[in-house]
Design a protein around this ligand. Structure first.
Ligand code: DGL
Length: 263
């Protein structure tokens, strides 16, 4: 079989990585994708590195058994814990991860505060500290570990009083008059974008995420390996470790949500 016709595998600790899949489909509409959400074991972001690695390896083994030509780790937490090991294990396969979009936030920064919302584990990792060290002298960057925020998305809660209470307690204290950008450093958070925008009620605060950068990187890697599939309408499969049709329905609902022009 022509390898170009194989799907690209996507994984996340749950349904958050659908935000990255969405950007990727817009960029690569002719590719087939198989998305696996590990909602049964979510959240990853409060587990140990070893646990996250093992869970990630299990999902990747499953995707490999299905036959994939490339892998997207659509999870900041799994990327920081496991991407180096995955690249060592599978040196011949294009493997793309995601990291908080600090670089684009700094490049466009006009001197204001940058808040990085991510899971506690992402923020603890060396990978994040190295990223921070690269840009810390160019802007005021405030990492914010958002324990349990991903669970709202897993439960399909994308707006309302519970989220408002969460933001009041965990985000509002960090919003200063000079806050310029909020980086959504967990792939679940882009689904909270419309409500967060309304909550902040301040068009001067930009909200960005890394999904487009990751999709672009996948495109570059497929091109470089001559693996792009150009000649057919792409097909999408979504699977989940939770044995429930609700989570699959919610995944499709998120995939079909309107795409918001990020500001
Ligand atoms: N979606 C994941 C991320 O991008 C993590 C959520 C979790 O499992 O804690 O970090």
């Amino acid at each position: 079989m022509d390898k170009r016709q194989l799907p690209v595998g996507f994984m996340d600790s749950g349904i958050g990585g659908i935000s990255v899949l969405k950007s990727t489909i817009e960029l690569l509409p002719n590719e087939d994708f198989i998305y696996y959400g590990d909602s049964l074991h979510a959240p990853y972001g409060t587990k140990s590195v070893d646990e996250i690695k093992q869970l990630t390896f299990n999902v990747v083994d499953y995707l490999l058994s299905k036959g994939i030509k490339a892998l997207v780790v659509a999870c900041n937490t799994a990327t920081s814990a496991a991407i180096n090991d995955l690249r060592n294990l599978y040196p011949d396969m294009p493997i793309v991860g995601i990291e908080p979009a600090i670089k684009p936030a700094v490049v466009t920064n006009q001197g204001g505060r940058i808040i990085v919302m991510a899971t506690p584990m992402t923020i603890k990792q060396d990978k994040f500290h190295h990223l921070l060290a690269q840009y810390n002298d160019q802007a005021e960057i405030v990492p914010l570990g958002c324990e349990h925020l991903m669970e709202f998305v897993e439960e399909g809660i994308l707006s309302g009083s519970q989220l408002e209470a969460y933001f009041d307690e965990h985000l509002q204290p960090y919003i200063t008059d000079n806050t310029e950008t909020i980086v959504l450093g967990c792939t679940h958070y882009p689904f909270l974008y419309p409500y967060l925008k309304k909550y902040l009620n301040n068009d001067d605060i930009h909200i960005i995420d890394g999904s487009y950068g990751t999709a672009m990187e996948l495109k570059r890697r497929l091109e470089a390996s001559n693996l792009l599939n150009n000649n057919h309408p792409g097909n999408i499969i979504i699977e989940n470790s939770l044995p429930s049709s609700n989570i699959i329905d919610l995944s499709w609902k998120l995939l079909n949500m309107p795409t918001y022009e990020k500001c």
